[in-house]
Every structure is written in C-alpha cells, then in structure tokens.
Design a protein around this ligand. Structure first.
Ligand code: ATP
Length: 350
C-alpha cells in the first residue's frame, strides 16, 4: 500500500515543542483533516509532510520509501496553502501550466493539460483570463488545478478556504471533496473549522497542544469523542463536573444516573450534546428542575438556554421536531437520558 506513514515525528522550535512525537497513517486515496485550535501544531505537521520543515525526530515514509530527508520539490506533492500565491500577470491557463513547462513539457501540450484541469475544477473557458479578473473562489480553484497539474501522489491543503465567505466556502468544500474522490488522491487538509472537517474528511485527526487527541471517522469523533477536549471542540456540548459513585455522578446536590465504569470517588466531567437533552414528560431518569433564561430561534434550530440545579444547560430542537413551546421565565424540567451522557475522567478535562 502507498499510504503515507509518520513514525515518532516531532518538531521543536528552540524551547517550543510544536508537535509531540506522533504516529499517523494516511491511507491511500483517503482525505484526512488535521483539525485543532490555533497553535496546536497542525500547520507544522503538514509542513513536515510537505518537506518544508525538517522533523526534529521521527521518520516519514511514502509506501516503501523513506522520504524524511527528501526536499519538498522532489516529493512532488501538490500543495495549496493559505495564500494561493498565483502569478497575477499570467493568465489562468499559464498559472496552471507553469510547473509543467518548467518541468520540460512542450508548451502546447502543457496548455492542453491545463485546459483539461480547468474543466475538472469547473473553470473551463476561463483559461485566457488574468488572475485579477477572478473571484476568490475561482482563484482557489485555479490554485487547486495548478497543484494537481503534476499528478501528485499526495495533495496537501492548509486552510485553503480561509479567504472565502461562508457560503462559497461550504460550496467549495463539497466541490473539493467530490473532486478528490473522483481523482482518488491521498489528501490532507489542515483546518480549524470542524464543519469543514466533517464535510470533507474520511478521517479526522483532532490535535491540541502539539498532540493528537483522537483519530477517527467524523461521526465517531462527534458521537464518541475520546475526551472532554474533543467533545468541546467538535460541536456543542453541555458540561458538568462531579464525582462518580455506583453508576451515578454526583453533581452538586443532584445524582445523574450514568452508564459508565469508574472507580468510586473519581472526579469526572459529564458532557451531553444539546440535541440529546430533552424537555418532555417522559418519566425517565435524570429529570432536573430548570428555568428558561433565553430562547434562541435560528430557523432550522431552536435553542432553549436553561438554568438548572446543576448549572446552565442548552437544549436544542430541530425545526419539525416535536418540541416544547416555552418562553423566557418559564419553569420546566430538563431530562438528561443516561445513554446520552458522556463521562470523562476529570484530569483529562482540565
Ligand atoms: P494556526 O491555525 O494558527 O495556523 P497551527 O495549529 O497550524 O496554528 P502551528 O503553526 O503548527 O499551529 O504552530 C504550532 C506552535 O509552534 C505554535 O506555538 C507556534 O507559535 C510555534 N511555531 C510554529 N512555527 C514556528 C517557527 N518557525 N518558529 C518558532 N515557533 C514556531
């Protein structure tokens, strides 16, 4: 298999440890998102994969070949970074064909290939335009076409859509994902945007403080986060700190029944997604008195912001779901189903 394999790869800048020793496998043809907050080390990791930064320790292999010491230009990876760095005085076609003609391909053939790539990124007919005559999203697609011109085995993108407005960004995420699947190219995307990662990735690598917190498929990262950091970073969650004892978590004066196994007396953090909390008449476990502090109606979603005996809780209903009709100031009862509670040891939750 021609996957990309990192073994014990780390990077220090002076006293700053940007990336802790990391083992990662990027399977052939898959799209992996490196996701985490600013400064977590994702760009540094990508730059080491690109050959733009030398690892302090560890090895990087592509299939059977150790590429750790191979300079960037010899890796022949496709790259699209935050600034697309297109040549403004060249035409769109010349931008895409540039690496091919520099590599010795005849101009006519390089231009033919560039036109085919422009078709692929839905910019057929734009070849003669100057870069300055394109929108941000079109420029981004030129950068993608240019990166793909050399038929790279590996395609690396660092926040490629950060310059685009929200709507275009979402459209481009879908387009890029479809293109990547069609080409079957091993792709790594750095992003701090969890929606971008959820939209595009086969696998998400969640990072914080230079460490990998979880590697899993998007749905698994959302529904089974490895720890409280991941639960907090991916999607929304309500959190409560308490102590685990005999199948329940004591939070202040309230006992929350929970299906979890911890040593009695362990400090834990409880998380529940807003859409898993309920306001209903079900006589099940974990019913807690609450007062409505704020109602946030977003159209497709309605959020109830509650104050309860265990702290603030947000409960979310999708439009069309049968939910309560409550107003600010109403007294109600919130229910936290035991199987919807995620319980993490508190040391990790710090
Ligand atoms: P962002 O989303 O803000 O780009 P990131 O997750 O990509 O963040 P990195 O750019 O990889 O984070 O940085 C990780 C850490 O390494 C940060 O603390 C950063 O300040 C530090 N760092 C990165 N590059 C260098 C450098 N060339 N010299 C010194 N420190 C660096």
């Amino acid at each position: 298999m021609d996957g990309l394999v990192l073994k014990g790869v780390s990077k220090s800048f002076g006293n700053t440890r940007a990336v802790e020793p990391t083992d990662l496998t990027f399977a052939r043809g898959e799209l992996t998102a490196l996701l985490g907050p600013s400064g977590c080390g994702k760009t540094t990791l990508l730059r080491m994969i690109a050959g733009l930064e030398e690892p302090t320790r560890g090895t990087i292999r592509l299939g059977d070949t150790d590429i750790t010491a191979l300079p960037a230009h010899r890796r022949k990876f496709g790259m699209v970074f935050q600034s697309f760095a297109l040549f403004p005085h060249y035409s769109v076609r010349e931008n895409v064909a540039y690496s091919l003609t520099i590599g010795g391909m005849a101009r006519a053939r390089a231009h033919e290939k560039a036109d085919a790539l422009l078709e692929t990124v839905q910019l057929g007919g734009f070849g003669d335009r100057r870069i300055g005559e394109l929108s941000g999203g079109q420029r981004q697609r030129v950068a993608i076409a240019r990166a793909l011109a050399q038929e790279p085995q590996v395609f690396l993108l660092d926040e490629p859509m950060s310059a685009l407005d929200a709507k275009l960004r979402e459209e481009m995420q879908v387009e890029l994902r479809l293109l990547q699947q069609r080409l079957g190219i091993t792709t790594i995307v750095v992003t701090h945007d969890q929606r971008e990662a959820m939209t595009m990735a086969d696998k998400i690598v969640v990072m914080s403080n230079g460490r990998v917190e979880q590697i899993a498929q998007p749905q698994e990262v959302y529904h089974r986060p490895a720890n409280a950091f991941v639960a907090d970073f991916i999607g929304k969650a309500n959190f409560f700190d308490g102590t685990y004892r005999d199948g329940a978590v004591q939070v202040g004066g309230v006992q929350l029944r929970a299906s979890a196994q911890f040593r009695s007396g362990s400090p834990v953090r409880v998380a529940i997604r807003p859409e898993r909390a309920c306001i209903d008449d079900d006589p099940g476990d974990n019913r807690i008195a609450a007062r409505v502090m704020f109602v946030r109606d977003l159209g497709p979603l309605r959020e109830y912001h509650l104050q309860s005996d265990i702290g603030p809780i947000i409960v979310e209903y999708a439009a069309g779901e049968t939910g309560p009709t409550l107003a600010t100031g109403d007294e109600t009862t919130v229910r936290l189903p035991p199987d919807a509670l995620q319980i993490f040891p508190r040391a990790e939750a710090a």
